[in-house]
Design a protein around this ligand. Structure first.
Ligand code: PMP
Ligand code: GLN
Length: 382
């Protein structure tokens, strides 16, 4: 009989809720993905490159033209120039980039600090490497780092801290001052960072994203991960990148070359073309998604849900205590899907020990105006 290496893992909440949405015909505001397409020019470029014969393996580290576009985008966004050759690696999705960085770093017995609620792929990736996650809950209601709890969680075995800003599911941001504080806390310790910044360009209200790429001290010990899926509305392309100092990138690449070897070639060509031709795309993203957030929130103002507008990401948390405080959030997400035709994601599943009174569900607002209006109409009727 097979002995499971992940005995506590089932099918992810994203798969389950999307399936339930399909089965029930509910509007799917659960799993995070747009219900509109990425730019036409980007999609056209894939066909062009397939027709042009770009169908064999890409270089293991990623197509040079795409790595250079990534380095140029980072220079424009954060004012730092990284080496496309030695510091940027293209990976088949941020999930896999995170997985490879964890396998590269974590030895059996190592401890990894994750902040709860934490993205679902972190812990299984750590466990497969033989490490152990130490869960530090973010402080409610703002989902900010609780510095005392973080300090208390550090031990001689702490090898890695995983940051995620803008944060899924809460939409909260880590500030530059918090990065400085973190740098002070780990300065004398042998601790690395994975900074999951897949929503780096989805930051609202004029705030600048505080990237670890713009923090010289933290970058020296960091793997910074992003995803073309979020930035270019093509989550199904499963293409992302990891930026890390040369010595860390070299270790990451040792793992990546045996997990997948390389990412999908024509997609990389298309992304490189599109990024070169449309540098304005990322500059326009905050306003594009802020308009969706505001439309959704303005409409929900007429409901019995309560919320604070998300500072980043394409997720909006809402508190449903005024509606069904008798239901836990898993039951609530199911009830909303089955009975009211709008699928959501419960928040407790991202915790090791969820707060008992947690009454939050997450809606994805990466949707067409029509979808958001229909969803809000249904939610306001509850
Ligand atoms: N990290 C977070 C916080 C995410 O929300 C996602 C999106 N699913 C990922 C990583 C994974 O990105 P990708 O689809 O590129 O693997
Ligand atoms: N990141 C997406 C979300 O939070 C889901 C990705 C997935 O299904 N693995 O909804």
């Amino acid at each position: 009989m097979i002995i499971s290496k992940l005995p506590n893992v089932g099918t992810t909440i994203f798969t389950r809720m999307s399936q339930l949405a399909v089965e029930t015909g509910a509007l799917n505001l659960s799993q995070g993905f747009p219900d509109f397409d990425g730019p036409q020019a980007l999609r056209d470029a894939v066909g062009r490159h397939i027709a042009a014969g770009h169908n064999q393996y890409a270089p293991m580290t990623g197509l040079p033209a795409l790595r250079e576009q990534v380095a140029a985008k980072i220079a424009r966004s954060y004012g730092r120039m990284f080496s496309a050759d030695t510091e940027v690696t293209i990976v088949p999705g941020a999930t896999q980039g995170i997985f490879c960085a964890i396998q590269a770093l974590i030895q059996p017995g190592d401890e990894v600090i994750v902040f709860d609620p934490s993205y679902d792929s972190y812990e299984p990736s750590v466990e497969l490497a033989g490490g152990r996650c130490v869960h530090v809950p973010l402080a409610l209601p703002g989902f900010s780092i609780d510095w005392q709890r973080l300090q208390d969680a550090l031990s001689d075995k702490t090898r890695l801290i995983i940051l995620n800003s803008p944060h899924n599911p809460s939409g909260a941001l880590i500030s530059r001052a918090e990065l400085d504080q973190l740098a002070g806390l780990i300065r004398e310790r042998d601790i690395y960072l994975i900074s999951d910044e897949v929503y780096e360009h989805l930051v609202f209200d004029g705030i600048q994203h505080a990237s670890v790429l713009g923090h010289d001290e933290l970058y020296q010990r960091a793997f910074v991960v992003s995803s073309f899926g979020k930035t270019y509305h093509v989550t199904g392309w499963k293409t992302g990148y990891v930026v890390a100092p040369p010595a860390l990138s070299a270790e990451l690449r040792k793992v990546h070359q045996y997990v997948s070897f390389c990412g999908v070639t024509p997609l990389q060509w298309a992304l490189a073309d599109y990024m070169a031709e449309h540098p304005e795309h990322v500059e326009e993203l905050p306003a594009f998604y802020q308009a969706k957030r505001d439309l959704f929130c303005d409409l929900l103002a007429g409901s019995r849900f309560t919320f604070t507008r998300a500072a980043g990401t394409y997720f909006q948390l809402v508190d449903y205590s005024a509606i069904r405080s008798d239901l836990d959030d898993v039951a609530m997400a199911e009830w909303l899907t089955r009975e009211h035709g709008v699928a959501a994601i419960p928040v407790s599943v991202f915790y090791q020990s969820p707060p008992a009174d947690l009454r939050l569900v997450r809606f994805c607002f990466a949707k067409r105006e029509e979808t958001l209006r229909q969803a809000a109409y249904k939610l306001c009727a509850i």
